[in-house]
Design a binder for this molecule. Sequence first.
Ligand SMILES: Nc1ncnc2c1ncn2[C@@H]1O[C@H](COP(=O)(O)OP(=O)(O)O)[C@@H](O)[C@H]1O
Ligand SMILES: [Mg+2]
Length: 298
Amino acid sequence: MTADAEFDDRLLATEPNSTRHLEVPVAMHVFPNADRPTTTAGTDASVARLEATGLNAYFGKQHAVKDVTLTLDPRSVTAIIGPSGCGKSTLLRCLNRMHETVPGARTSGSVALDGEQLYGDGTSAIAVRRHVGMVFQRPTPFPTMSIRDNVAAGLRTQGSVPSRAHIDDIVEDALRRAALWQEVKDRLRTGAVALSGGQQQRLCIARALATKPRVLLLDEPTASLDPSSTQKIEELVYELRSTVTVGIVTHNMQQAARVSDRTAFMLDGALIEAASTNTLFTAPSDPRTEAYITGRFG
Ligand SMILES: Nc1ncnc2c1ncn2[C@@H]1O[C@H](COP(=O)(O)OP(=O)(O)O)[C@@H](O)[C@H]1O
Ligand SMILES: [Mg+2]
C-alpha cells in the first residue's frame, strides 16, 4: 500500500463496531471560560451554517437515515443523540460525504454549507471533507509520524503545500485551538504514539482543525477516554464553537447537556425533534424523546 493510500484510508477511517460503552457520570462542572467573550484570534472566523434537507442514506436496501432535515447553526454546538444503531454516525458521515465511501452506500436529498450544495455537480468530496472535518470515536493518529507531521498531514489534501515556516505556524495554531500546545510544544518532533489517549484525540482534533474547516464533526469523541480526558475534550468542544460550527454525536445525554446549544434526537433513522438543548431535556415535544431522555429505552 502506498503512503498516500494509507493516508487516505486513515482520514476515511471507519469507526470500529461500537459496543455501547459504560456511561461514566462526570460531575457537572462550570466551564472556566463560559463567561469570557469569544475570540476569533488566529482563525478564519467561521460562522458557517450547515443545512441538511430531506436527507436519506442507504446501505444497499437498508434505509439508515430517513428524510432528515437538520441545521447546524453557526457559533454553536449541535448534539445528536439517540440509541445505538439509530443512524447518528451515518447522518454525520453524510454531512461530509464520507458515507459514499462505503461500497453500496448512497444518499439522496441535499446538504448545503452556507448555501453551497455539497452534493452538487462538480463538487469534490475531498474539498467537502476539508471544509467539514471529522473526528472519530477512537483516536487515529498516524503511528509512524511525529506530532507535528500528524497535525500537518491534512494539509497534503490541499492543492498547494504551504512553506515549512507557514506549516509551523499552522501546526502551532491548530494545537493551540485543540488545547494541546502547552503539553507538546517541546516535543513536536517526537512520535504521536507516546501521547495518552486523551492527548491523541486532541491531536486528531488539531489535525482536523489545521485545514481551517468551517464545520467540525465529532463522532463520540470521548467514548474511549477516561473521565478527566473526557472533561478536557468537552471543555474544548465548548470553546471551539466560537470559531467553528460543531456537530457532535454522543449517546451520553449528560455530555450533550454539558456541551451543546442545540440537541437533535434520532430514532430508527428518523429525526424525531431538534430543539435548544435546554428545551429538549426539560420540555421535549415528542413523547418518544421524553421516553428516551428519561431512560425508558435505549
Ligand atoms: N457499513 C455498513 N454497512 C451496512 N450497514 C451499516 C453500516 N454501518 C452502519 N450500518 C447500519 O446502519 C444503521 C445505522 O448505523 P449507525 O449510523 O452506525 O448508528 P449509530 O451511530 O446511531 O449507532 C444500523 O442499522 C447499522 O447496522
Ligand atoms: Mg455511531
